[in-house]
Design a protein around this ligand. Structure first.
Ligand code: SF4
Length: 443
């Protein structure tokens, strides 16, 4: 169990010097107990107290880094069971399984396909993260040959998969600089795998069939000096996996159970790509740090990446675009002016429809604290007055030779107030963004 705020407070200097950025030692202690700050923010804490505070200062789920450079993947360091309690921090890594029995050409083609799984959505780049290579051949030279092809053709992090420490050792000789994740330590090989992990400074997957066996394996690996671990509960029924993932997360967060304080890896089971999308999305929600999939079709991967993007945004801070006037296409003085809110999803949906209409237009994104149109209207953040102020603030009248503004159909009720406040003539646009193209063409 972690220490309570008061228990931590007793170990702090109690001078209220504020060097940690908090007004009192007690305030800092409370944040430390909630694992929202690290102990090193207090420069005056005594050595003996540091040791006692160690467990309180450690994150309940360790942050694990795979790979290096721009494409490195960081997973773990989560602090809550449910997203609405705070937020989830490190998005689940999504990867793909390749086998060393595939030909060089097949591997290169697969890598080319994977490279294309890189999308832009609501102003953010969403992409896949890791390539898993399985030693299906059980032959070290075949495995390293396939690995060479991967190293030469992608900068994504790599997962090396073999139960044979000899094969993994050979592979690490040519890949250790890329900091791959090695899979996997079991009860049968943990000493050799632990040595490989320590000698090469790479993270290791601990794999067992039951939670009890996993606990004992993690403790053995910790005793061997391995601190960077990822947990694997093996191949079992999906419901059972979700139940066990939930137990692991709960025990790590609520009971400070150190043996389970690591991210989880999971492999999708099904061969049906539709089922696989559902399965992968479920794992992203509860509580996988790394999901290795088979399908590489963009239509199958985009929904998983979209779900991940949504789950890993801060629920208290909606994704926002800058509130300003956006020029879409080659705008002229006669171009129409549309207003919407600064919620990213709303803005980018409107922008895409305006672009597709081929009618150059101004989109005025109003600061509605990142809320969608109806939510902002209901919260009094998107009103006749606020839209009028935004038109004035950005001097929209200087950009056009008319005073006509188009508002979303859902807030037609604002028309009179907006006309009164701004002096602009209001046209009510379509309710749904899908109606924008035909609406603009008819203007
Ligand atoms: Fe207390 Fe340390 Fe913060 Fe100073 S820096 S207020 S001693 S916790």
């Amino acid at each position: 169990m972690g220490l309570s705020g008061l228990e931590i407070y007793k170990l702090l200097p109690k001078t209220n010097c504020k060097k940690c950025g908090f007004p009192t030692c007690l305030a800092f202690a409370m944040q430390l107990a909630a694992k929202k700050v690290s102990l090193d923010k207090c420069p005056d804490v005594a050595e003996e107290a540091k040791k006692a505070l160690d467990s309180a200062a450690q994150p309940p789920i360790k942050l694990i880094t795979i790979g290096q450079g721009e494409d490195k993947l960081e997973i773990g360091n989560e602090t809550v069971l449910f997203r609405h309690e705070e937020k989830f921090y490190h998005p689940t890594g999504i990867g793909f399984l390749l086998e060393d029995t595939q030909s060089q050409e097949e591997i290169k083609k697969a890598l080319g396909d994977i490279k294309k799984l890189d999308f832009e959505r609501v102003g953010q780049r969403i992409k896949v993260n890791i390539i898993a290579l399985s030693a299906k051949s059980a032959d070290a030279s075949k495995f390293t040959q396939a690995l060479k092809t991967i190293l030469e053709n992608t900068s994504l992090p790599i997962l090396l998969m073999s139960d044979d420490p000899g094969i993994v050792g050979k592979a690490l000789e040519i890949s250790r600089d890329r900091v791959p994740l090695i899979y996997r330590a079991t009860n049968a090989n943990f000493k050799e795998m632990a040595k490989l992990s320590k000698d090469n400074k790479v993270p290791l997957v601990a794999s067992a069939k039951t939670l009890e066996e996993l606990e004992s394996l993690v403790k053995n690996l910790n005793n061997e000096g391995v601190a960077d671990l990822i947990l694997d509960i093996g191949d079992k029924d999906i419901t059972e996996k979700i139940w066990e993932f939930t137990q692991i997360r709960k025990l790590a967060l609520k009971k400070a159970f150190r043996a389970f304080g690591y991210p989880i890896i999971v492999f999708t089971k099904g061969n049906d790509p539709y089922q696989e999308v559902i399965e992968a999305t479920t794992y992203v929600s509860k509580y996988a740090g790394l999901v290795i999939m088979k399908s590489k079709d963009p239509w199958a991967i985009l929904p998983v990446l979209t779900a991940r993007q949504n789950i890993y945004t801060d629920p208290q801070k909606p994704l926002q675009v800058e509130a300003k006037v956006y020029e879409i296409g080659k705008v002229e003085e006669k171009s129409p002016v549309l207003v919407t809110t600064n919620f990213s999803l709303t803005y980018y949906t409107v922008e895409a429809e305006v672009e597709a209409s081929k009618v150059p237009a101004f989109i005025v994104s109003c600061d509605a604290e990142g809320m969608s149109v109806l939510t902002a209207w209901a919260a009094d953040k998107f009103t006749g007055e606020s839209i009028a102020k935004t038109l004035e603030k950005f001097d929209v009248k200087a950009k056009v030779n008319h005073k006509n503004v188009v508002i979303p159909g859902y807030v037609a009720v604002l028309s009179a107030k907006l006309e009164e406040e701004s002096g602009w003539k209001v046209t009510v646009g379509p309710r749904e963004a899908s109606g924008i193209q035909s609406f603009l063409r008819k203007l």
